[in-house]
Design a protein around this ligand. Structure first.
Ligand SMILES: *Cc1c(COP(=O)(O)O)cnc(C)c1O
Length: 223
C-alpha cells in the first residue's frame, strides 16, 4: 500500500473520531488540498478513493482537472479555496462545484453574470476574515450580517456555509468558535474550517468540512 494511501486512511480515521467527539452525527467531509502537489501524488490519492479536492488558483486547477486528470473527473467534487478575481468568475463557475471564498458584492455580481440564464451556480461559502488581518480576504465579522442580507436579498443566493483561515501565528480555536457562532447567528448551515495542523480541533468544534493538504500529500514544494 502506498504512503499516500496510508496517510489518507490515517486522516480519515482521526477526522471521524474528532467529529464524533464533537457530537457530530457524521464525520466532516475531507477536502484534499491538491494545489502545487505533483501529479504522481494526485494519482495515488485518486487511487486511494479520495473524491473531494481543493484548489487555490483557477488556472492551476484547470490544468490539473480539465487536462492532466480529465479522465478521472466523473464523481469528483472540486472546491475553490483561494481568492477569486472577478475576471476569472466564468472559468471558476465552469470548473468548480463549490466556491468557498465569496467575500464581496462585486464577486456576487460577476458570479451571477457568469452563470447566465441556464448555467449552474456552484455551491457558495462566504469567507470570513475572523482575525481581521488587513492582508487577508474575507468579510469582516461585524460586516457579515449586512453582506448576507445583500447576498440573499439582492442576488437571491443562499450560502451553504462559512469558511475561515485563522491567523498563522495564533491558536485556531477562538477563530473556529467565532465562525461557528456567526453561522448560528446568521442561519448558515455549514462550516469549512481546519487545515493540516488543526483539523481535529476544527472537527471537534463542529466543522462540516476540513481542508487538508500537507498532512495528506506531504509537504508542498514551490518552484
Ligand atoms: C493551502 C491551504 C490549505 C491546506 O493547507 P495545509 O496546511 O497543507 O493542510 C487549506 N486551506 C486553504 C485556504 C489553503 O490555502
Amino acid at each position: 500500500m502506498s504512503e499516500i494511501s496510508n496517510q489518507h486512511k490515517d486522516v480519515l480515521a482521526k477526522l471521524a473520531a474528532a467529529s464524533k467527539r464533537g457530537g457530530m452525527s457524521t464525520p466532516a467531509d475531507l477536502v484534499a488540498v491538491s494545489k502545487v502537489q505533483p501529479d504522481s501524488r494526485i494519482a495515488e490519492m485518486l487511487e486511494a478513493g479520495q473524491r473531494i479536492y481543493g484548489e487555490n488558483r483557477v488556472q492551476e486547477a484547470q490544468k490539473r482537472w480539465d487536462d492532466t486528470f480529465a479522465g478521472h473527473r466523473s464523481g469528483l467534487e472540486l472546491h475553490l479555496i483561494g481568492p477569486l478575481q472577478t475576471n476569472k468568475a466564468a472559468d471558476a463557475v465552469a470548473l468548480f462545484d463549490v466556491i468557498e471564498t465569496v467575500d464581496r458584492e462585486k464577486l456576487l455580481k460577476a458570479l451571477v453574470k457568469a452563470v447566465g440564464d441556464d448555467g449552474q451556480m456552484p455551491r457558495l461559502y462566504v469567507q470570513v476574515n475572523t482575525g481581521e488581518e488587513p492582508q487577508k480576504s474575507g468579510v469582516l465579522p461585524a460586516q457579515l450580517p449586512a453582506f448576507l442580507k445583500v447576498m440573499r436579498g439582492t442576488y437571491n443566493l443562499e450560502p451553504e456555509g462559512l469558511m475561515c483561515i485563522p491567523p498563522a501565528d495564533e491558536a485556531a480555536s477562538p477563530h473556529f468558535w467565532l465562525l461557528s457562532n456567526l453561522a448560528k447567528d446568521n442561519d448558515v448551515a455549514k462550516l469549512s474550517m481546519g487545515m493540516s495542523g488543526d483539523y481535529e480541533i476544527a472537527a471537534e468544534m463542529g466543522a462540516t468540512s476540513v481542508r487538508v493538504g500537507s498532512a495528506l500529500f506531504g509537504a508542498r514544494h514551490y518552484a
